[in-house]
Write a protein that binds this ligand. Structure first.
Ligand code: NAD
Length: 462
C-alpha cells in the first residue's frame, strides 16, 4: 500500500528538516549564537539587494525599508545575542516543604522544527524577525515567504543560503496557497503564521489535527479614537503618517477614525494638510510614497471608496499601482470599508458625540490588533484602555509600539501569541517543569496500604 504522506511533494523537505533537528546540533548556546551572527552578517551583506527587491515589489522607499524591514530585525538580533545565555538558563524554583529534599526548576527547551509562513506587506521583516526567535530558541525552520512579493522572496532565499548553506537547518520554500496547504498538512512542532484572519483560521484548523502550537499574527481594523481636546495638527500628522506608510499596507495601520463631532472638520482639514506636507500636491511623484502590491488589491481598494464621500484624494493609476492617500466622510457603517480590514491608504472618518460613544463602537466589534487613543486627558486615555481590548494600544501616536521591544501580538480574531524581544524566544520554546529527587528519604507513608489519617493531608495541603 502506498503511504499517503509520500504523495505530498513537500514531505521530503519536511523530513529532512525534522532529521536535522533530531541530530541535536541546534541546541548548544554556541550554535545558536553563531547562527544569529551569521544571519546578521548575511543581511548586512545583502542589504542593497533587499532594498532593490522591496522597491520592485512594493515601490518601497529606503526610508521605510531600512527601519521597518531590516532595522527591526537588527534590533531583535542584537537583543537576542545580548540575552541568549540568560534566556537559556534553567530557572530554579522554590518547592513546597513536602518536596524536601527535592529541587525544582523550569527548563527552556526548543519546540523543534518550526514552520514560518509570511505575508507580502513587510515581506523581509515578517519572515526574518520570527526566524530570530526560532534560532535563539534552538529550533530549525522551514520558511515560506509570500508569493505576492516574489523579488523579496528570492532575496530571502539568497540571504538564508549565504548564512546557513542548505543542510536542512533553514529551508526556504516558495509558493502560494497550494504550497502552503501542503506544508500545513505535515506535522510541525510549532507554526508561526503572519497574515489575514481568514487564512489564520485555516492554519489553526490544520494545526489542530496534530495539536501543534500556533502563533498567529493576524490583522483586523485598528481604530483611532480622537477626542475634542486632542492636539489636532499632531494627531492628524501621526494618523496620516501611519495610514500612508507602506501605502497603508500595514497590519497595525490606523484603519478608521472615530472623531469627536466638534472637531471633525478641523481634523479632516489637518489630515489634508499633513498629506500635502508629506508628499506635495501629487503624491504619485513623491519618492517616499509606496505602491499597492497588485492590480487585484488596487481594484479592491477602489471599490471600498463606494462606502463614503471622498473628502480628499481618491485618484488611482492602475498602470503604476498607485492609490492616492484618501479620506472618506459620510461613511456607511455597513459598507465593506467599515466591515473589512482596509489595508490601504483610505481613512474613513466617523463622527461621534463622545469618547464613550467611540468606546461603545469599538466594543461592538471584533477585538483589534491595535487601538490608538488621542486625548490630552490622562483620565480619558485610561478609560479607553480600561474599557477596550486590543492586541496593543498607543496613546497619542500610532504604530510605534511594534518597535518598542515589548511583546507584540493580537487578541482573539487579531491573533494569539506574541514576539519581539524575549517574547520571540518564548514563542518557539517549551518551558519544562522539572523536579529532581535524591534517593534518600523515601517515606513509606506515601505508599499503599495507606496508614496516616486523612487529617495529615488536610494539615499539609490545606
Ligand atoms: P494572507 O493571509 O493572504 O497570506 C499570508 C500567507 O498565507 C502567504 O504566505 C500566503 O501564501 C499564505 N496563504 C494564502 N492563502 C492561503 C490558504 N488558503 N492556505 C494556506 N496558506 C495561504 O495575508 P497577506 O495578504 O499576505 O497579508 C495581509 C494580512 O496580513 C492582513 O490581514 C494584515 O493585517 C495581516 N498582517 C498581520 C501582521 C501582524 O503582525 N499581525 C503583519 C503583517 C500582515
Amino acid at each position: 500500500m502506498r503511504d499517503p504522506v509520500r504523495l505530498n511533494p513537500i514531505a521530503p523537505t519536511v523530513e529532512r528538516a525534522r532529521a536535522f533537528f533530531r541530530s541535536d546540533v541546534t541546541r548548544p548556546y554556541e550554535f545558536r549564537r553563531d547562527r544569529l551572527r551569521a544571519l546578521e552578517a548575511s543581511i548586512r551583506a545583502h542589504e542593497a539587494d533587499v532594498f532593490e527587491a522591496l522597491r520592485a515589489d512594493l515601490g518601497k522607499s529606503i526610508y521605510e525599508a531600512y527601519p521597518a524591514e531590516v532595522g527591526l530585525v537588527y534590533v531583535d538580533l542584537k537583543h537576542a545575542l545580548k540575552h541568549l545565555k540568560d534566556w537559556m538558563k534553567p530557572v530554579a524554583r522554590r518547592l513546597p516543604m513536602t518536596f524536601w529534599p527535592g529541587t525544582g526548576q523550569q527548563r527552556p527547551e526548543p519546540l523543534g522544527t518550526a514552520l514560518i509562513i509570511g505575508p507580502w506587506n513587510y515581506p523581509f521583516q515578517l519572515a526574518t524577525s520570527p526566524l530570530v526567535g526560532a534560532i535563539a530558541s534552538g529550533c530549525n525552520v522551514v520558511l515560506k515567504p509570500s508569493e505576492l512579493s516574489p523579488a523579496t522572496a528570492a532575496v530571502i532565499e539568497k540571504v538564508m543560503r549565504h548564512a546557513f548553506g542548505d543542510d536542512g537547518y533553514v529551508t526556504v520554500v516558495h509558493g502560494g496557497p497550494e504550497t502552503s496547504q501542503q506544508l500545513l498538512a505535515e506535522t510541525w512542532d510549532v507554526i508561526f503564521f503572519t497574515g489575514s484572519t481568514r487564512v489564520g483560521q485555516l492554519v489553526m484548523e490544520a494545526a489542530s489535527k496534530h495539536l501543534t502550537p500556533v502563533i498567529l499574527e493576524l490583522g483586523g481594523k485598528s481604530p483611532c479614537l480622537v477626542d475634542a481636546d486632542a492636539d489636532l495638527e499632531t494627531t492628524a500628522r501621526r494618523i496620516m503618517w501611519g495610514k500612508t506608510y507602506n501605502a497603508g499596507q500595514t497590519c497595525i495601520a490606523p484603519d478608521y477614525a472615530l472623531v469627536h463631532q466638534d472637531v471633525k472638520q478641523r481634523f479632516v482639514d489637518a489630515c489634508q494638510q499633513a498629506v500635502r506636507g508629506f508628499y506635495g500636491d501629487d503624491p504619485k511623484a513623491s519618492r517616499d510614497y509606496g505602491r499597492i502590491i497588485s492590480a487585484r488589491h488596487l481594484q479592491r481598494l477602489s471599490t471600498l471608496l463606494q462606502g463614503g464621500r471622498v473628502a480628499f484624494g481618491g485618484r488611482v493609476d492602475e498602470a503604476q499601482k498607485y492609490f492616492e492617500p484618501t479620506l472618506l466622510v459620510d461613511v456607511d457603517l455597513k459598507a465593506p470599508v467599515m466591515t473589512e480590514e482596509i489595508f490601504g491608504p483610505i481613512l474613513p472618518v466617523v463622527d461621534v458625540a463622545s469618547m464613550d460613544e467611540a468606546i461603545a463602537f469599538v466594543r461592538d466589534r471584533p477585538k483589534p490588533l491595535a487601538l490608538y487613543a488621542f486625548t490630552s486627558s490622562p483620565t480619558t486615555a485610561d478609560r479607553v484602555l480600561e474599557k477596550t481590548s486590543s492586541g496593543g494600544a498607543v496613546v497619542n501616536d500610532v504604530v510605534i509600539h511594534i518597535a518598542s521591544g515589548m511583546p507584540f501580538g493580537g487578541v482573539g480574531p487579531s491573533g494569539m501569541g506574541a514576539y519581539h524581544g524575549k517574547a520571540s524566544f518564548d514563542a518557539f520554546t517549551h518551558t519544562k517543569t522539572v523536579v529532581k529527587k535524591p534517593w534518600a528519604l523515601d517515606l513509606k507513608v506515601r505508599y499503599p496500604p495507606y496508614q496516616v489519617p486523612v487529617s495529615v493531608f488536610r494539615k499539609l495541603l490545606g
